[in-house]
Design a protein around this ligand. Structure first.
Ligand SMILES: C[S@@+](CC[C@H](N)C(=O)[O-])C[C@H]1O[C@@H](n2cnc3c(N)ncnc32)[C@H](O)[C@@H]1O
Length: 131
């Protein structure tokens, strides 16, 4: 049996639109709040930081950084500072908005960059964000 896997690029033109990051941040993110909160809660990453463990998060398809924002807000004042996040997305517009948010919220330990999750050479990174 042959299974054809279609690339996960649904909406690719939309995400790539100039300034779409601003639109998503002001309009789309609100719809995603519940799943975003559940994702951060269920992943166990906050508990791992609370338990004093080293935690490196890859926020794949981070968009405007809404998931990273929840994680950072939950851990930034904890005594364990041994954590980092790398957020990647293939949309320059979304990444631009994520970087704006990082500045506005003074994120530490977070690196945001353009990378296509389907192109392995673009994922050749380590979590290098440093406090
Ligand atoms: C619905 S948004 C979700 C953004 C964010 N994770 C959130 O929950 O608010 C989907 C994101 O996936 C990104 N995306 C889709 N395919 C991708 C790929 N192959 N590599 C990287 N990012 C991708 C889009 O650019 C878009 O920012």
């Amino acid at each position: 049996m042959t299974t054809t896997i279609k690339p996960a690029v649904a909406g690719a033109e939309l995400w790539a639109k100039k300034d779409y990051g601003k639109t998503y941040r002001s309009a789309g993110e609100g719809l995603m709040q519940k799943p975003i909160i559940q994702l951060v809660e269920q992943s166990g990453v906050v508990e791992a930081v609370q338990a004093g463990r080293r935690v490196d998060v890859w926020d794949n398809a981070c968009g405007t950084g809404s998931v990273t924002a929840k994680f950072v807000a939950a851990v930034r004042d904890l005594p364990n500072t041994n954590w980092s996040v790398i957020g990647t997305d293939f949309s320059e517009s979304m990444i631009e908005s994520a970087k704006e948010r990082a500045q506005e919220e003074s994120w530490l330990n977070v690196e945001i960059r353009v990378a296509d999750a389907q192109v392995s050479k673009e994922l050749n990174f380590e979590c290098t964000a440093q406090r």
